[in-house]
Design a binder for this molecule. Structure first.
Ligand SMILES: Nc1ncnc2c1ncn2[C@@H]1O[C@H](COP(=O)(O)OP(=O)(O)OP(=O)(O)O)[C@@H](O)[C@H]1O
Ligand SMILES: [Mg+2]
Length: 252
């Protein structure tokens, strides 16, 4: 459904993505793990061209694109089929929860407003925030704002939703509600690519794990295998450092 091959990206003379390839099938929840600076955000942003890759091929919904020389029209086509959930929510401060969701439907996708309103309300209901319909972002908690961010993503019914550390700006007690919404989407078969440090989400919800470092995929595979029998020394180091804090059975 979504395939990328050999994505490369440099900032100045620093190569940040060095030939990353990935296949995402319908209904997959791909979790991307890796230390800070490994290129996770850059990779995710390359998938819907928020970041302009230097090289690479992207195939989405049966159509193939050369990321090095892509037309404006093709970029818009990719953006229509994907949705992005940002670490810092990226909501319009001067728009209500409902208006934030309507924006992507009415402006970007030209859905008539009277049709868009019930779609947006349904999305709000899905994230448990219908009663906050007319609230502005400043009147909502971080967790609620992020759930609005997720409602905005699901409202447009994209082929795939890309999440970049959706809970890392949240206070610990607000993380659970956001993860619950994401888990529910996964159970419904929504295709997702998720950068996160939430290891229990990775272990319990992911269908596939990618572990990146230095612009490379060091190891990838099934979560069970990944967490219980990692093959690479670097993966073992990463997991032993992170697992005790997160109360995952130590299994290495
Ligand atoms: N716009 C930019 N200009 C220059 N360098 C950048 C830019 N964006 C990212 N980088 C560099 O690219 C590398 C990868 O960054 P990226 O944000 O993709 O890492 P990450 O894995 O998402 O890290 P984190 O876990 O901290 O979010 C880093 O060294 C970063 O400094
Ligand atoms: Mg990042």
């Amino acid at each position: 459904m979504l395939t990328v091959k050999n994505i490369e990206k440099s900032f100045g003379d620093k190569k940040v993505l060095d030939g990353i390839s990935l296949t995402v099938n319908q209904g997959d929840v791909v979790v991307i793990l890796g230390p800070s600076g490994s290129g996770k955000t850059t990779f995710l942003r390359s998938l819907n061209y928020l970041e302009h890759a230097d090289a690479g091929e992207l195939e989405l919904d049966g159509k193939s694109y050369d990321l090095a020389k892509i037309s404006r029209k093709d970029v818009l086509e990719i953006r229509k089929k994907t949705a992005f959930v940002f670490q810092n929510y990226n909501l319009f401060a001067n728009k209500t929860a409902l208006e934030n969701i309507l924006e992507g439907l009415v402006i970007a996708r030209k859905v008539p407003k009277e049709k868009a309103i019930p779609i947006a309300e349904n999305a709000l209901k899905k994230v448990g925030l219908l009663e906050k319909r007319d609230f502005y972002p400043s009147q909502l908690s971080g967790g609620q704002q992020q759930r609005i961010g997720i409602a905005r993503a699901i409202a447009v019914k994209p082929e795939v939703i890309l999440f970049d550390e959706p809970t890392s700006a949240l206070d610990p007690e607000l993380i659970g509600d956001v993860l619950d919404v994401m888990k529910e989407l996964a159970e419904e078969g929504v295709t997702m690519v998720v950068v996160t440090h939430e290891m229990s989400f990775a272990r319990d919800v992911a269908t596939h794990i990618i572990f990146m470092e230095g612009g490379h995929i060091i190891e990838e595979g099934d979560p069970k295998e990944f967490f219980t029998r990692p093959k690479e020394e670097r993966t073992k180091q990463f997991l032993t450092r992170i697992i005790p804090e997160l109360n995952i059975d130590p299994v290495i």
